[in-house]
Design a protein around this ligand. Structure first.
Ligand SMILES: C=C(O[C@@H]1C=C(C(=O)O)C=C[C@H]1O)C(=O)O
Length: 363
């Protein structure tokens, strides 16, 4: 009579079967990867093929003699199909131009000697929400230039919630903003909202801004991608990080590599702040992309009393700069008067950040 086999003996047989299964699985993975590659070459939009999976499951069902139930065998093979599909897709997925996998070193913009990103010290972009008058722009630019600020912002086209709100000065605003910035040796950044205005805005502005409400405006993204100006791309109000990066990809794919990402808070259920500043998005965008990332604290908070802690936090997670609204008299501003800083407020703001602004902050 043969002795029953010991557990140790049986286990060593199982170990050997595991090794055989793993070898077969790896072999299967290599074949699947080739199928995936062939699908990409053929230009098939979908790697997932449910009919083919179904056919294999049917065959396995017919072949199954136990001891595992057909349901168990199917579940195991469905997992194998899923892992195979992931393998196919990760091998053949088009690498995004914004991705660090395509370009591992930081993109550093150099706009007329003003450096943004990488090892450059954090940049401050400041100025009023809207361009309203000569006096307002001249006062603000002179004040900010005196503080060493290199980029002046100001909206000439305003995306207002109500069509009856102040819509901006348009071309007159562009001319005014760029003149005043030039006089103070500053760069001028302003928002472009319409594909028809890209040319005229690019003529006057040193940096084009695509606002949060236009992040999904793919025609506009393509158009600014063709413009020969750096673009600051704000994250949409309810955009996921992936959608935001795809929006940037639109610009890069049109041949414009000079994109600055700008997190400006997202819409959540929270009411005590206008938006919720998503700091994970800043850290993630820095990790996943090579582009400079800045934070618009004004819109993120929607209230002046949070600007300092939010800006400190943004720089601490690796932001390459801060965007903040400054107005000579916020109370009488034609837009955003709850959240713009006056000159004394700006001094306190920048003073509180001084230690972090002196050197580049890395993650
Ligand atoms: C490998 C293929 O791609 C996917 C993976 C499958 C698998 O692992 O068997 C089956 C169908 C597809 O969803 C294929 O189409 O053959």
């Amino acid at each position: 009579m043969t002795q029953p086999r010991t557990i140790e003996d049986l286990r060593s047989e199982v170990d050997q079967i595991n090794r055989d299964l793993l070898r077969l699985l790896s072999q299967r993975g290599a074949v699947v990867a080739q199928i995936g590659h062939a699908k990409t070459q053929e230009g098939r939009p979908n790697h997932y093929d449910p009919a083919r999976e179904e056919q294999q499951l049917k065959e396995l069902e017919a072949l199954n003699e136990g001891p595992f139930t057909t349901a168990a065998v199917k579940a195991i093979f469905k997992e194998i199909f899923k892992a195979s599909l992931d393998l196919e897709e990760s091998n053949d997925k088009k690498q995004l131009l914004v991705s660090r996998k395509v370009k591992s070193d930081d993109t550093v913009l150099d706009i007329d000697g003003v450096r943004i990103g990488g090892d450059a010290p954090p940049i401050i972009i400041a100025g009023p929400c809207s361009i309203e008058s000569e006096e307002q722009m001249e006062q603000t630019a002179a004040f900010l230039a005196g503080k060493g600020i290199k980029i002046l912002r100001g909206g000439a086209y305003k995306p207002r919630t109500s069509p009856y709100g102040f819509q901006g000065m348009g071309v007159d605003g562009l001319i005014l903003g760029s003149r005043v910035a030039k006089e103070q040796g500053m760069l001028f950044i302003t928002e472009v909202m319409d594909t028809r205005d890209v040319e005229i805005v690019a003529e006057h502005a040193d940096i084009l801004q695509v606002g949060a409400r236009n992040m999904h405006n793919f025609a506009l993204l393509r158009e600014v991608g063709r413009a020969r100006r750096p673009v600051l791309l704000k994250r949409g109000l309810s955009a996921t990080i992936e959608e935001w990066l795809y929006a940037a990809e639109y610009i890069l794919s049109e041949g414009n590599p000079e994109v600055i990402l700008c997190e400006r808070g997202i819409r959540t259920y929270e009411k005590w702040t206008r938006n919720t500043l998503d700091l994970s998005a800043v850290a993630l965008a820095k990790q996943e992309t090579h582009l400079p990332v800045i934070v618009d604290v004004t819109h993120a908070a929607g209230r002046r009393d949070l600007l300092i802690p939010l800006a400190k936090a943004a720089l601490a997670v690796g932001a390459d700069g801060i965007h903040v609204e400054v107005h000579p008299s916020p109370a009488t501003a034609l837009s955003d008067n709850e959240q713009q800083l006056d000159f004394a407020g700006y001094d306190r703001f920048i003073g509180a950040l001084s230690a972090q602004l002196k050197q580049p902050v890395s993650v």
